[in-house]
Design a protein around this ligand. Sequence first.
Ligand code: ZN
Length: 208
Amino acid sequence: MDNEIKETIRFVLEDDNEGMQAALDPDSDLDEENKQMNRELIQRHKQILAKLDRGEALSQEDLVLVREANEIHVNDGLDLGGHHKEALVLDEWLDNLIELSVDTAMRILEEHLDKDSKTPARVYRALHTLGEEATRNGVVEVRAFDEEGRCVKCGSSVAFADVTDTVVFVGDEIVKRYDGDITNRNCVRCMYPKRYPEYEDYDEGEKK
Ligand SMILES: [Zn+2]
């Protein structure tokens, strides 16, 4: 990590901590829950600063926190805080290190293609085909369902999922079957609305 980047990271984390620390003042009107969040984030920032001191590599989670702390300086186009230029350099550096989700990767490419009005429609089609291919192989689309297995869009907990078993064939006879992973989990209410009434009772049963 080059020294300038290191210095900028140090600055944005310390700057953010100072602001959050000030909001912990007994006279501040921040509620207790937010104060607690501030305290935790200050601690996380301090751990990252300690890693920098020890010359340790930062984790993906650390990098995301650095990006969040840096955002205010990236958006400071008038450079009122005096660190806009360094913040842009840091942001670009983070871009190269933070892992992309398929969705983010698609959005970046799409935005880029949009800039050229001559981009042929088949280029977008190619992009979407790749995107679909990439998500199909993901075991379960994590973000489509919350921790309790409810669809994040509609809250229903009924889903259809494919289970891919591996079977051992000898000739045309199946001699062994290995239980597979769940793939393609889809909310029934969102994706198969016509079939949903059959299963609606399961959602109703939960509400009591
Ligand atoms: Zn749904």
